[in-house]
Structure formats: C-alpha cells, structure tokens
Design a protein around this ligand. Sequence first.
Ligand code: HXC
Length: 518
Amino acid sequence: MSTPNPLTRDGFIQAQDALASAAEEKAAQRQHAKHKLTARERLALFFDDGVWHEVGQFIGGSVRAGRVGSAVAAGYGRVQGRMVAAYAQDFSVLGGTLGKVEGDKIVDLIDLGIRMRIPIVGIQDSGGARIQEGVVALAQYGRIFKKTCEASGLVPQISIILGPCAGGAVYQPALTDFIVMTRENSHMFVTGPDVVAATTGEKVTLDELGGATIHNFQSGVAHHMADTEEEAIDYVRSLLDYLPSSCEVAPPRYEYLPNPEDEEAARAVADLVPTSARQPYDVRDVVRALVDHGEYVEIQDLFAPNVTIGFACVDGASVGIVANQPMNDAGTLDVDASEKTARFVRFCDAFGLPIVTFVDVPGYRPGTEQEQAGIIRRGAKVIVAYANATVPMVTVILRKAYGGAYIVMGSKSIGADLAFAWPDAQIAVMGAEGAASIMYRRELAAAREDGSFEETKAALVARYEEETVNPEVSVASGQLDGIIRPADTRQTIIDSLHLLASKDQRAPHVKRHDNGPL
Ligand code: HXC
C-alpha cells in the first residue's frame, strides 16, 4: 500500500488513521508484554459497547511529520447510557509522563466534565512529571489539582490506577471521590524505592511502598482492589450506576418490581443477627437482605472493616449505606473507621444520595493506641459529616448502640430525620457490664467480701439492662421514632425514604464553609 499524502483532504485522514494505528500497534506491543492493556483499549472497555469519541488525539504531534500527539488519550462516551468524560494515560509514549500538552489535555477534559455536568474518570499509568519539561510539568499538576478541586462535589470523579502513579502526581487521584487499583500492576507512592533508599536507607519494594494491598488494607488510599484491569473497569461502571451525573440532578432511580425473594429475605432478616450482644455476625448479610435484589456494592471493603459502606437501591432508589460490622473488632469505631465513614457520608451528601445507617456499635475503640492516633480529632469527622448532611437520613439500631459512637452514627440528635430500633436493641451510655462496675462499685466490693460476687453482679447487670438499656427510654425521650419488628425494617426504610424524598434543607450561603477537622 502506498503512503497516503497528508497534503490532500482524503490523504490527511488516511495519514492520520495510519499514524494512530501504528502508534496503537506499538502501544499494544509494549503494554501487552507487561500484561497490561493500552490506554485506548482501556477506554474502549470502559464505555458502552466500546464506543467512545476521542478528543485532541494529535495535540502536541504532527500528522504530516508522522509524530503522535501526547501521552494521554481523552474523550467521552456513554456508560449504561449516560454520558461520561474519561482520560487514560498512555505509558507507551514517554512512560505516560505529564508535560505541557498532557496537562492541558487533562485540564480541558475535567473542564468538559464540569461544563457538561458529567462524571469524570481518569485512568492513571504514568512515571509522573516529565523530567525533561521541568517546572512546566510541575505547574501542570498544580493546574490539574485546582481543576479537580473545582469539579469535586459538582460531578463524581473516579480514578483507576493501572500502572505507576508516582510522586506528587498521586494527589490528583487522591482528590477524586474513589480510587480503584489492581492487585498486581498498580502502584502509588510519593517517593519511589530508589529515593527512599537514598534518603532514608530503607530498602523497600514497589509493592511494599505503594502496592494495591498496602493502599487497600492499610493506608485507606484506595477504595477497591480488583484482580484484573477488566474487573477494575467493570467495578467503576457499577459504581456509576448508583451516582447522579452531577450534584444538580437527582440520583438514579430504577424501576423496581416487588418479588418473593426480596420479600422473604426482608421477612427473615432477624435470623441474621444473634440476640447475644457479644456474638459476631456479618452485617453485610443484613444489608443484602434489606435492599433490592440483595445487591450491595461495597466500597473500601478491605480497609477499616469494622464499618461497611457502599451503595444499594431501596425500592428502586439509589442510597448510601453505612453499617457497623460486628464481625471485625466487635464493630468498634476507630480512627480509620471514622474517616472512612465520614468521607462517605460527605460524598453521599454532596451528590444528594439518601443515607441509611445500621447501628450495632459497642463504642469507640479504647486504648492509648487510638488516643495517640488522634481518635478525638479524627473521630470528630463523623460528627462533621452527619451533622452537616442535608440529604434524607434514616437510621436503624439493630442491636447495641453505646455511648458517643451511637450518637455520632447518624443518631436523631446528630441529624437523622427518622430513627428506629429493633425490640432487643440496647441503647445506653455504655454496656451493662461496664456500667454496673462503675455504678454499683460499693455493692460489688461488699459482694466480693461475702463471696456472692457473681450472683450480685449478674443481678445488678440485669437491673441496669432492664431499667436503662432497653429502647423504650429512647422512644419516650424522643430519640427514636419507633421500635419496629425486624421483619418490617425494609418497608419502614422504603416508607421513610418516600416521605423524605422532598427534603430540601440545604444551608443558605451565609458562611464560606465550616471549619471542622478535615
Ligand atoms: C521522563 C520518564 C519518567 C519521568 C519514566 N520515564 N518516568 N521520563 N520523566 N518522570 C520514561 C523512561 O525513561 C522510559 O523511557 C519510559 O518512561 C518507561 O519507563 P521505564 O522506567 O522503562 O518503565 P518501568 O520499568 O515500567 O518503570 C516505570 C517507573 C519508573 C516505575 C514509573 O520509570 C520510574 O521510577 N520513574 C520515575 C518515577 C518518579 O519518581 N516520578 C516522579 C517524578 S516527580 P524509554 O525512552 O526508555 O522508553 C513528580 C512530581 C509531581 O511526578 C509533582 C506534582 C505536584
């Protein structure tokens, strides 16, 4: 085949196509050798039926001179029928690094998302700031950070890390709502192993420094760990199903047909929760029993697993779920669980998603480790998030709800519109054993002397439970809207959300913003 002449109209198109396909072939060779997809293959996987429209493909290049454009592909297309803007860094071009052109393209794409009020998804695979371009590249990161902050809370922003994300570049995904990594090929670190070794003498591998395991289990930077690139992309498509395109439109609502499976699961939900307050169970089973089709898309499932957060639908309406997880650390609230909960509640509030909270919490986790980690400062974030949320909020106390942890977990006093409890719920300042040992210290000391300690303690604990711990006190004092049968929980949530659908409590802009701990 003869080489197309780019000086003619048809020739230019042909030359452009030939250049693009040669570049893609080179990209495929490089990426496939590392078991990775190319930037454009990733975008094709992300958009419905592989259809997307690339913008600015040759910016920074020259079709006539046979030079491809930049190290980033950007465009738009549909995800489950709704428009989304996305970009993918192209590691096959200069290691996917960011220079002037790449920075301009990414800023322009975020700007497109902002103007069109559509979600923005970024696929990261890059060596960071292009060293040859020096401070010009650094400044582009500054512009991207600023644009990402402008879009934050206006349109959903999601990052998929499918390669290295190095240096200060990590702060771009960190500013977005969700980060998805793959088990093997994703790495995020502020300083790489070589710099770490040179400056601190510490020898670490890429995985130890910033692999998906570290960021999903330990640092909490990531929100999901996928096994493959395909799974990571698919997870992001599922997340988008629950989100509105922007904060200016209502969250998605799907047609829901009541069905016997959901009705049966909701009716039998009490069987999933042991009555003994000390026995663990998986609260996600409770969530699945109460939402449409048992479908619950969990977020940060590996980080701070003592609380679970995620999205589901209730009677067709997309909602955010928060629930203490008694299966891990008895569901206590600690610094990590607090920050996980707080950021999620803020996300739901920013995008108009109702929040359904299931409470089964024995308290904040006690001990010097947590105090030193800043449980006061970081635990306060949960209060900031719930107290300032203006979306519909419904809370159900499943079993125990003790102390400050109960109050901050979407109690009525902190801002829930409606709060309910199951009949066996234990609501109090603290658990009966701890409370009895403080309240009845003298009686217990005497009982220890006369050898009746065990019987006396059991009787005092029982008295405390009967008089103080049951949910009737909370109902009488207006902290609960009712004690409900577990089997009625799903319908109660549905009815509550119907009532709250017209809630509009957005604060008038009398102050610039609050100053709670960030
Ligand atoms: C210029 C770079 C580059 C960079 C990689 N390349 N990083 N070029 N600037 N920052 C080039 C390589 O020279 C190579 O070019 C190609 O990209 C592929 O890189 P390899 O090293 O061959 O790939 P691999 O072995 O997979 O290793 C990838 C890597 C490694 C782990 C990312 O390249 C690396 O450690 N790079 C430096 C990462 C880093 O420290 N970045 C931080 C920069 S500072 P050829 O021509 O051989 O194919 C920063 C600050 C941002 O980003 C601040 C924001 C405020």
